[in-house]
Design a protein around this ligand. Structure first.
Ligand code: IMP
Length: 426
């Protein structure tokens, strides 16, 4: 029963979209298990750009069945936009996409609270303002609206009333005004009609696939360092972004997971606030941002860029139980005289091999420097074909983080990938 988890090993935006796209032809079912419209993959469909935030990009593969599972939070307006954008481009969605009746629904109040909280703190966390945190807050507070509730207008009304009563003092204390309940109810009842055909008990669907021994691709969102439990708290997202989140998020037991692949860029990026010890500033940071086109696909914000961070990756290898790393964007480092790896942090005279619980301001990155390579690598299809200095960089990285590197992405196109093999095959 091969179930493969693809998880972000850094701060999100590692290139999971490309890797999932490469692995999808090998899978029977693709399941998105966490996060919401804070994620974003830019895809080109029949020559036109489409950005998917919620629907797994596996949907672009003809005949592929996809699930959005209960660990996610869903904004119905975004879902409908994505379905419409895909259908306009001739991609069939109906009958192939199932959405969990237990996934929590993002309401207008969640986006409002997200915005007001960010404004009040001066953008401290730098959220995507998609209402993700407040929706998960409601889930934990046991007053959330679930996707299945949308199909039952009377229940929905009761839930909205309780929900609004809960948020009213919070919103008003921040100088905001709650939206009109009747208008929200009418809008969400309308969404429900349009989405009725997608609602499913996806836990059972995924469970049956596990029993049959289907090949299941579990697609994570965001990354390990943004995970609520393991990331750089409080500068994190509000969901379980690690591989363990696939169990709760998709409704499968840990014994069903047969492999975990962590995605990492050959350097590091982060969007929003929070610790980033190996960040590059000024011209150096700008150059990397430009070379890697590092601008967010959900918010358009410029991403902070820096050297690859081995302590953060060690944490990712440990908490995800990573079997291998898929390394992306190696080509972005081509042409540099020197490349660095942050191998450890130094804090108060101590050398740290993993991120600390606190004290980020006193941290100093410790680097190893490597000679770069000038040869273009987009044509390399095996690791052996890479320039020697690139191979040395990869080998040292494997040694430092204690995990082998499997596929290496050497350009944005599907073909620009070295050592691609069937991920379910081993
Ligand atoms: P939220 O998930 O919108 O609450 O944002 C919390 C933090 O996670 C912010 O720093 C966001 O920039 C970051 N974040 C959320 N989703 C993504 C993502 O898909 N890629 C990168 N960063 C993300």
């Amino acid at each position: 029963m091969p179930a493969l988890v693809v998880v972000g090993a850094q701060w999100g935006d590692e290139g999971k979209g490309k890797v999932v796209d490469l692995y999808t032809p090998f899978a029977d079912l693709v399941v998105r298990y966490a996060g919401g419209a804070n994620a974003g993959h830019t895809l080109v469909v029949r020559g036109e750009k489409v950005i998917l935030h919620l629907i797994p990009s596996g949907i672009l593969h003809e005949g592929q069945n996809c699930v959005i599972a209960q660990g996610t939070v869903l904004d119905p307006a975004v879902l409908l936009q994505e379905i419409a954008a895909l259908e306009q481009r001739g991609v069939s969605v109906r009958g192939r996409l199932l959405i969990s009746d237990r996934a929590h629904v993002v309401l207008p109040v969640h986006k409002l609270v997200d915005e007001l909280t960010e404004a009040k703190s001066g953008g401290k966390i730098g959220t995507t303002k998609r209402g993700i945190g407040p929706t998960y807050q409601d889930k934990a507070a046991r007053r959330g609206v679930r996707f299945g509730d949308l199909q039952r207008p009377e229940l929905l009304r009761q839930k909205l009333e309780a929900n609004f009563a809960g948020w009213k003092p919070v919103v008003e204390s921040m100088g905001g005004t709650l939206p009109d309940l009747e208008a929200v109810l009418a809008q969400y009842v309308d969404f429900a009609k349009q989405l009725a055909g997608f609602v499913s008990d996806t836990g059972v669907v995924v469970g049956e696939a596990v029993k049959r021994g289907d090949r299941i691709l579990l697609e994570g969102a965001q990354g390990t360092m943004l995970d609520l439990d393991h990331g750089t708290y409080p500068y994190v997202t509000s969901s379980s972004a690690v591989s363990g989140g696939a169990c709760t998020g998709a409704g499968i037991g840990p014994t069903a997971i047969t492999k975990v692949i962590g995605i990492s860029k050959a350097y590091a990026t982060r969007v929003g606030g929070g610790p980033f010890p190996s960040e590059l500033f000024g011209e150096e940071g700008d150059a990397l941002r430009k070379a890697g086109h590092e601008f967010g696909s959900t918010t358009g914000r410029p991403r902070r860029c820096g050297w690859i961070d081995a302590p953060a990756l060690r944490l990712a290898v440990r908490v995800n139980g990573m079997d291998e790393i898929a390394l992306t964007k190696l080509d972005v480092l081509t042409g540099r005289d020197e490349i660095r790896i942050c191998v450890a942090y130094e804090q108060n005279g101590q050398r740290l091999l993993e991120p600390p619980y606190e004290g980020w301001d006193d941290l100093r990155p410790v680097y190893e420097t490597f000679p770069g390579w000038k040869e273009p690598i987009g044509g390399c299809r095996t690791r052996a074909e890479l320039p020697e200095n690139a191979r040395r960089y990869l080998a040292r990285l494997e040694e430092l983080v204690g995990c082998r590197i499997g596929i290496v992405s050497v350009g944005p196109d599907r073909e620009e990938t070295a050592d691609l093999v069937d991920p379910f095959g081993r």
